[in-house]
Design a protein around this ligand. Structure first.
Ligand code: T3D
Length: 264
């Protein structure tokens, strides 16, 4: 890794990336960004890695941009915050383009850009005690890292506007009910549930899952015709993979499939 602000541990087909600035509630800075990019690149390069788990060390998932760092001056002209945001844009796009599922294991508060990063994951499991906060309005900023993209698509316009304009925390159960996340889980069961889900995904037909993720990401920018064509193209690729042969073979033989995640 580029530095230790994000730790990377690989076990079997699972790469676990842990935001690791617990004293700052895992707030983001240039080092975190560099380490996240290195982790995502490693996940993409490594054919053995079939699923990524993203979580936070300590009591928070991520408190958004580090407000004590590079982006704020108490007086004089402010630094160009747009440049900082541009940096994070590359990270969000990389997460969405990674052809492998990313499980967001939200262990505590996800605030500001930290909430947006959680929403950029493919499947989010959150501790029941965790919450999601679009904190930007409290400091005169605009939701970023895809906040204004993900929120209305996941939760609908009314909830997106309420969250972004009022900056009130939304508890994990409410987030699940609103469709912002996949599931809220009991605090003491979160690690087991995350391990079980990541293990299940790592054993799945991950080449096809990667294409599925990309197709879903493309759908909001496509009309039906374009999306049907994309599905045809991706289905060709998936059907040329060994996992298709294995999946159908296992079904017909009435046995459990053994997928490799390899492309054709
Ligand atoms: O600015 C740009 O470059 C543009 C990009 C913006 C992207 C953004 O993400 S803007 C939004 C930034 N984030 C926030 O506004 C959230 C700020 N944090 C909070 O509102 C609260 O900390 C929480 C609601 C997340 C948690 O509250 P609580 O009461 O559980 O914890 P706390 O006591 O506030 O924080 C604990 C420590 O973490 C504390 O340090 P200390 O006093 O123990 O030394 C606090 O200062 C530190 N901390 C929390 N969030 C941040 C932070 N330090 C730096 N940056 C933070 N974002």
């Amino acid at each position: 890794m580029a530095n230790d602000t994000v730790t990377a541990v690989k076990q079997g087909g699972i790469l676990r990336l842990t935001l690791n600035r617990p004293d700052k509630l895992n707030a983001l800075n240039a080092d975190v960004h560099a380490a996240m990019m290195a982790g995502l690149e490693a996940a993409e390069r490594d054919a053995e890695c079939r699923v990524v788990v993203l979580t936070g060390a300590g009591r928070a998932f991520c408190a958004g941009q580090d407000l004590s760092g590079e982006v704020y001056k108490s007086e004089g002209p402010q630094p160009d915050v747009g440049l900082v945001v541009e940096r994070y844009n590359g990270m969000i796009e990389r997460m969405r383009r990674l052809p492998k599922p990313i499980v967001g294991a939200v262990n505590g508060i996800a605030a500001g850009a930290g909430a947006s990063i959680a929403f950029a994951c493919d499947i989010v499991l959150a501790k029941r005690s965790a919450s999601f906060l679009q904190a930007f309005a409290k400091i005169g900023l605009v939701p970023d890292c895809g906040g204004t993209y993900f929120l209305p698509r996941l939760a609908g316009e009314a909830r997106a506007r309420g969250m972004a304009l009022l900056a009130e925390p939304v508890k994990a159960e409410q987030a699940e009910a609103w469709g912002l996340i996949w599931k809220a889980v009991d605090d003491d069961k979160r690690e087991d549930e995350v391990d079980a889900l990541a293990g299940r995904l790592a054993d799945a037909a991950t080449y096809g899952l990667g294409l599925t993720k990309l197709a879903l990401s493309a759908s909001s920018g496509n009309d039906l015709t374009a999306q049907l064509q994309l599905e045809r193209d991706y289905q060709r690729l998936a059907a040329a993979s060994p996992d298709y042969v294995e999946g159908v073979g296992a079904f017909l033989a009435k046995r459990a499939p053994k997928f490799t995640g390899r492309e054709g």
